[in-house]
Each structure stands twice: as C-alpha cells, then as structure tokens.
Ligand binder design. Structure first.
Ligand code: MN
Length: 718
C-alpha cells in the first residue's frame, strides 16, 4: 500500500474514492517530508470536521473546496504552512471553529495566515471605477503582512472561478468582473503567470460568454491545422541545439484566449493576425546558453528587426526574465521565441510564489519576515544588475506600503497615510465634514476621534450642527489637508473673536454715553452701515475688534453726537508682520514702539499683546512658552505709539513747562505727566508721549537731556 493510501485509510472522515484528497497527498509527497504532510493531514481532519454537513453550490462536500485550493498551491510547491492555511482558510469565517482553536492546534503562523485570508474576505469591492479597482488592489496588498495570504486568496478565487457554473447568472457576471479587475492584475503584479492566465481566461469566459465561445472555437480549429508546423519547427530547433551540445526543452506555446481578445480589442488586429503567430519557448540550463541559443535560432531563420528584447539583462517590473525574439519562419510565418533558464521559467510561472516554495535545505522555522527580506534582497540584486528602478519601488510600495486604504460609508476607497486618524479621514472626504465632525464610527462602533485607522475599515463621521474644529486636533492629525483646514478655521475663529470683542467695546462705550446697541436699534444701525459703506453689523464690530475703528467715535456717530470724524482706518493691524486678522494691542507695562525688540503674547480675550523683550512680564514666557510668539515690526509704519520716559529735573519753577515745550518741539504730543517723586532739590517726572518710533524717541530724549535743568532722562529697561 502506498503512503497516500495509508494516510487515507487512517483518516476517519476521508473516503478512499476522494480523488481531491488523493491527488493532494500525491502532490505533497513529491516535495514535502512525511512529517509535514501528516501535519497537513491533521489540518484536513480539523477542516473536514468543521465543515461537516456543509455543501458547495456544486453539491460536493464543502471540504472539497479547500482541498482544491491547497492542491493548486501544492502544484507550486508552496511550504507546508501555506498548504495547511489553504485547507483551513474558510473555517473561521464559515464554521464554529475559532481562530484560537486554529492557533492552539496548528500554531501562530498558520493561524495568522488563516486570519489574513478571512480579513481579505471581509472587505468588499463595491464600485467599478478603474481608479477604485487600482486602490482596491493596493488595499488588498497593503493588508497582507505575509505574501502567502494573497497566494491562498488567489488560489481560492481560482477554484471559485472554476466552479462558477453553479452560481446564478447575475452573480457569475459580478464575480467574473471582479476577477478581471482585481485578482488577475494582482497575480500579474506578483508575477504569478500561471494563475494570472487562468484567472483571466475564466473571467473572460463568464463575463463575455459569447465572445469566449467564438474565439475558443476559432482557436481550436487553427490549432489543429498548426500542429504539423509546430512539430516540424520544434524538431528543427531540437536538432540544432543537440548539434551544438546544448541541452534544452522546446515547447510550442499555448495562446490564451483573454490575451488574444485583448490584443484584438486594443490593437485592432484580426484574429487571423494573432493566431497565425507561432510561439515557442526554449528552456536551457544557464544564462550563457540562452544567448548561445539566441544566436543559433537567428542563424536558422532571419529575425524580424526591432523585435528582440533582452529581459534577462533588464527584467520586467514583476521580475520576469527571458530573451524574446521574432523570426521569419518557413513561408514567412512569424515565430515568436522565448529563451530562458529553468530558474527563470519557474519565476515566470510562479513569480513571488517561487520564493515561498518549499526547499528541503531550508530550516523549517524560516519566518515569513526572513523570507520577505530574502525576496527583497533578491529583487535588490536584480535591481543592481540593471532592473528599472520602478520595479523595486513599486514592489516596495505595494508590499510595504506607507499608505492605508479605508472605505467611506458609500463604499468608495479613501487612501490615507499610515497613522491617519478619523479626523484626517473626515477632512479627506470634505473640509466641511472635518470642520463639523464630533464623533466617528469604525466598522459601526463609536471610537474617539484621535483613533488611527487601519486598512479595510469602514469609517463613518458624525457631524454636529455648529460644531467646530478643536485646536487640539493639531496634535494628532497626519494629513496636510486636515492641518491646513484646522489652522484656517482657527484664523476665522479669531475673526469671530474680533467681532465679539468689537461688539462688546462698542456696546460698553454706548452705555458710557447712556445708550446701548439695543437702544440704537436696527433702523439707525442700518442707516449708519450704509453711510460707512459696510454691509453687516458684524463687519462694523470686527473693525472695532481689530482696532480699525475707535469705539468712542463710532458710538457718537451712531447717537448723532458730533457726527463728523468717524475714525479713519488706523491700520493698527498692519503694524506687526504676520498678525493680519488678529487683534493686536500694545502692553501698557513697557510701551513698545517700532524698532524695539518685541515678543507677542497670545491672550485669549485680547488677541496678541506686544511686549518689549526687556519687559518684566516676559518672565511668564518661561511658564507658558506656547503662548508667546516671535514677531517683528512691519517696515513702513506711519502711525504713532504711546511711549513713556522718565526725567530727573532740578526743582526750579517752570521746569515742567520747559520740558513739555522741548518734547512738543520734537513733534510729539504729551498725553500724560505724572510726578513720581519729589525730593529736596530734584523731581522725578514720568511723561506718556506719542512717538513714531525708536529714532523719534531717541531724538526727544537727547533734546531733553541737553536741557540745563534736566539731570537724567531714561526709558524703562531700555
Ligand atoms: Mn474559499
């Protein structure tokens, strides 16, 4: 009794006539050691028990499906973990067995693979747009940490396609389209040619049954008539190779329906043009022989100019390597020749999968990470040997992505940078959604707004009427769009703060005059706005808040007192660079003037308050550095500022008047004089005066200092 039969006889649930299982065991025996096969058989027992009683639409026991999936991977010689995961790939989703059960029985690695496949099953492809399909493919690749997950998934899809007849017509079309849009391109991306070709042909067959049938019939017919020619040319090549002592296999290449169909559709060629081309593949032992054989076939038949491609020196983006050439064959028939080594052929058929194939000399504990690294290192070598940079880059982007892909409630896919939160998502959907978001749901569960998103999640944003962005969001958002939008909003908020402030200022001034905004009334206000050339009361308030109008003047204007001389725009907000739209005021403790070194303090009620760097209040800077901003003066400022100087003068009659006259001579107004101290023969006076800038003040101080009765002039901390 052979090994397969022994195993079968030991499996309680398995029937001796179970061809699927029998074939699988035979395939596994060809490359795996017995210990690993019996582990896979345990997985089979577990899966068969879990799926017991379930049937496929085809009527077969459900377990036949995972076995077929495993069979496909066994034909690619994938390692035992991948095969076991293939057998168990539906148990977590479709049976009572849990992921913990799988992990307990088969270990973390297999459990992780099963989990990965289940997660891929959960994401749904909903829209048909091309860009959407591209994003979806990227999302799938981004979701898998282990390439074997996608291999199981592709094999799963392949078997489902093979049994698609059992499905209702409408479902067939949807699945076929998804296969062509998503799965075949992924297989292609990863260089798994054998799967790509099958997925494409099956997808084509179910999406366009009529076209498929017509093409299939035509191709069969031409194959029959070509058989003789193919045989003759193969023998010719064979003889030439053996004459030169080169060992090689020559195969007539199969043409695939979908690629023929696409060529006809895209290049507008007739079926005849395409099928009348004969394809051959010559497989030899080493690279040197590839080029030797190229020379030999070029000697046999003339090459078609411009058709030679050296994909050995410069591999294709999915790692494919081969020499391609086209010859004028007998009677001018075009012959398409591919020449490559056995290793290249293996890679051409299995692509990425070839790096997860079982190797007897491999330590059994090779981790997926290590293999991924090896694979990348391998690509790196290809790269150095002249592969286009694009290759490595695209592969890295696909398999080690820095982006994640999530769903909107409508099923659209939204790409975001890794680490993006629900707030980033909200702003990516629309700025308004971001500005008004109050809560978020991930996969229907409420989460805090700062929650980072993961691939494949469905995200829903809950907005609130009148909700506004929180400056605190800036600490966790990742996207520039969110950050910019929040900052922009904060700026607008400042404008609304200015409106509030202006309104309060005006109302208070009106009250001082025995009135109020309410008492002024809408009619008068409307007329006043018209006269001032303003549209809204909020504009008027804002101008006050920004210091562009003076409340006492406007109040008088509104009340009809001294109606002339409404404040000109004072340009106060243009004095400090970068404070456009902010309320700016000047600290009364240090009286900064243009030319002084200054800092701005962000005060919640009063906008930015400007202090001199030497001001004692800057001690607070150390306590709340986040509230202090670096600022500088604008260049051309033509308004006046309050400044303060102190003088020590001799106690002589008329001294005060003399000093005041000197200051006035310098073009400055004195707003206030205070006597700070009076000693026996000396007085300390403080002047609050109007100056343009530091130069102006310096000139005043110099002139005052030069006066006969003045002992000292100083400015605080100057
Ligand atoms: Mn399945």
């Amino acid at each position: 009794m052979d090994y397969a039969a022994t195993l079968l006889s030991r499996l309680p649930g398995a029937s001796r006539r179970d061809h699927g299982l029998r074939n699988l065991i035979a395939s596994l025996e060809s490359y795996l050691p017995p210990g690993q096969i019996s582990m896979i058989m345990q997985a089979y027992e577990f899966g068969a028990a879990a799926h017991a009683g379930q049937r496929r639409k085809t009527g077969e026991a459900y377990i036949s499906h995972p076995v077929a999936v495993a069979q496909n991977l066994a034909e690619m010689h994938l390692d035992a973990q991948a095969i076991a995961a293939a057998i168990l790939h539906d148990v977590v989703e479709d049976t009572d067995a849990s992921l913990d059960d799988v992990e307990e029985k088969f270990g973390a690695e297999i459990a992780q693979l099963v989990d990965g496949v289940s997660k891929l099953d959960q994401i749904q492809f909903r829209s048909r747009a091309e860009a959407q399909a591209e994003s979806f493919r990227k999302m799938m690749l981004a979701m898998i940490g282990d390439i074997r997950v996608i291999l199981v998934k592709l094999a799963d899809r392949l078997h489902n396609m093979k049994t698609l007849d059992a499905m209702p017509a409408e479902k067939r079309t949807r699945i076929a389209r998804e296969t062509l849009d998503i799965y075949a391109p992924i297989a292609n991306r990863l260089g798994i040619n054998r799967m790509k070709v099958e997925l494409q042909d099956l997808g084509f067959r179910y999406l366009y049954p009529m076209r498929y049938r017509v093409l299939d019939r035509a191709l069969r017919k031409s194959k029959g008539s070509q058989r003789q020619i193919v045989k003759r040319i193969s023998e010719e090549f064979s003889k030439t190779l053996s004459d030169e002592g080169i060992e090689g296999d020559i195969v007539g290449r199969e043409k695939h329906l979908y690629s023929i169909y696409k060529k006809m559709a895209e290049k507008r060629r007739t079926l005849r043009d395409i099928v009348d081309v004969y394809g051959f593949r010559i497989i030899v032992d080493d690279v040197g022989n590839c080029y030797k054989v190229l020379g030999l076939v070029h000697g046999l038949y003339k090459p078609v100019p411009g058709r030679f491609k050296d994909y050995i020196a410069i591999p294709r983006v999915n790692g494919y390597q081969s020499l391609h050439t086209t010859l004028f064959g007998p009677k001018g028939l075009p012959l398409e020749i591919q020449i490559r080594t056995r290793e290249m052929d293996r890679v051409a058929e299995s692509g990425v999968a070839s790096h997860w194939q079982y190797k007897a000399d491999d330590p059994a504990d090779a981790t997926p990470q290590r293999r991924a690294r090896e694979w990348l290192a391998n690509l790196d070598e290809l790269q150095r040997s002249g592969t286009s940079e694009e290759f490595l880059e695209s592969v890295k982007v696909d398999l080690f992505p820095d982006r994640i892909y999530v769903f909107t409630p409508k099923g659209d896919i939204m790409p975001l940078p890794k680490g993006a939160t629900t707030v980033d998502f909200a702003y990516a959907v629309h700025t308004d959604i971001g500005n008004r978001c109050v809560a978020a749901k991930i996969d229907r569960g409420l989460v805090p707004l700062r929650t980072p998103l993961e691939n494949g999640q469905s995200v829903e944003i809950i907005t609130g009427r009148g909700a506004k962005p929180n400056p605190n969001w800036l600490t966790f958002v990742r996207t520039a769009k969110a950050r910019t939008a929040i900052r922009q909003y904060m700026k607008q908020m400042r404008s609304s703060e200015s409106i509030d402030l202006g309104k309060r200022l005006l109302d208070r001034t009106l009250k001082d005059l025995g009135s109020s905004l309410r008492k002024v009334g809408k009619v008068r206000m409307k007329a006043a706005l018209e006269e001032l050339g303003l549209k809204e009361t909020s504009d008027l308030f804002e101008q006050h808040g920004l210091g562009e109008r003076l409340a006492p003047l406007t109040a008088r204007f509104l009340l009809g007192i001294n109606a002339e001389g409404v404040a000109e725009t004072s340009k106060a907000s243009l004095v400090i660079a970068g404070t456009e739209g902010m309320v700016v005021s000047y600290a009364k403790c240090c009286y900064p003037i243009p030319g002084d070194d200054v800092m701005g303090y962000l005060s919640s009620g009063r906008g930015v308050v400007i202090h001199r760097n030497c001001c004692g209040n800057l001690i607070n800077f150390r306590k709340q550095p986040e509230k202090w901003i670096a600022i500088s003066w604008e260049k051309d400022i033509d308004i006046e500022f309050a400044s303060q100087i102190q003088t020590d003068t001799q106690n002589r009659p008329g001294v005060l008047a003399e000093v005041a006259a000197t200051i006035a001579d310098c073009g400055s107004n004195i707003e206030q004089v205070e006597v700070l101290g009076r000693h026996e023969d000396c007085s300390v006076l403080s002047f609050l005066l109007q100056v343009r800038d530091r130069t102006h003040l310096a000139q005043i101080m110099r002139n005052v200092r030069n006066m006969k009765n003045v002992i000292r002039v100083s400015r605080d901390c100057a």
